[in-house]
Design a protein around this ligand. Sequence first.
Ligand code: GLA
Length: 385
Amino acid sequence: MHGTLKDYIQQLESPAPADWPYVVRSPGRINLIGEHTDYTGGLVMPASINYSIHFVARPLEQPEWRLHAVDIGETYTLPLPINGRTDRLWVDYLAGIGTQFQDQGHFLPGLEIVFGGDLPRGSGMSSSAALEGGLAFLLNELLSAGLSRPKLARLCQRSSNTFLGIPSGIMDQYASLNGRAEGPIVLNCHTLESEPVKNAHSGYQLVLVNSMVSHDLSDGAYGRRVAECDEALRVVREKYPEVSHLSAASEDQLNVVADNMTPTVEKRARYVIQENERVRRAITAMEAGNATEFGRLLNESHRGLSEDYAVSCLELDFLQQTAISVVGVAGARMMGGGFGGCTINLVKTEALSDFRTEITRAYRQEFGTEPEVYPVELTAGTSFI
Ligand code: GLA
């Protein structure tokens, strides 16, 4: 059991830590490449990592969930059955998952849940997906619901979309639930099939750098990108009705219909189509151990996200530019929804210390803020421990 949670439980009046039978580890995720393509049915290459949320739970006789968010020091009692949203967002992430199971005809069991971990919130490592996935995984077992991990990811996404009104794709929840320690996965967001990617890079480390600018998917810009992609698909399908999702369109098809869309919508669509191609190349590069090519693709992805898709910001552009000027950095790009959060960097192991020093110094000098630097390891997806 996670140390802080154990201490917390010891302070609860009863019962002893040994009487909490369920412990779930739910990891955060990174995304190596394939950004803003999940909601277009595209390819993404995420992985689950060594930063996570732990849930410790025990059954309760009473029809309620007694929830303890240890990291923020808050407790909330949610009566069962769940009956809509509450006045706290963190509770709603969990209530939304419960509601999904209720909607499938399950009676939710009374539970006391203590949770917390080391996943920085708002950093773009998907603490919210870890929160949703961890509870969904636990309920799936307790209710013997028999949902596969991809189906659990879909359930979590539905909860975000419908209960919380956040129009996100499926990548984060899927990666947290289905990741592997050996390497990233490539997920086809149209079919929901995933395959392992063999990580043949040797002597390189993946490092996240947190801009400390916190991002928020519900602020409208993310939803606008989703709408722009829908619009691009609509126009492509007028001419090519066989194209079922935007990521399945080719650049040639886009060129033929480009005059029928606004320049902005065309740019968004071109980015998405090119990013899908980059994921394909990135798989080949990683499996061949070609870190130079992989890094080049990361840099290209960043350029597209910044200039064509317009989801970067000054701080992320600065971190990316600074990173690639450091000797031993194969490539870097912003990661996740954008407008803040982290960059992901592929750094030679022996250059790690110089990288940390240089990026911290430069960022502090430019913005007066200390960025956090996290070398990450890949781990398995959500599990009981
Ligand atoms: C956020 C969303 C994901 C995905 C990424 C961008 O993390 O939750 O579904 O769209 O942004 O790739």
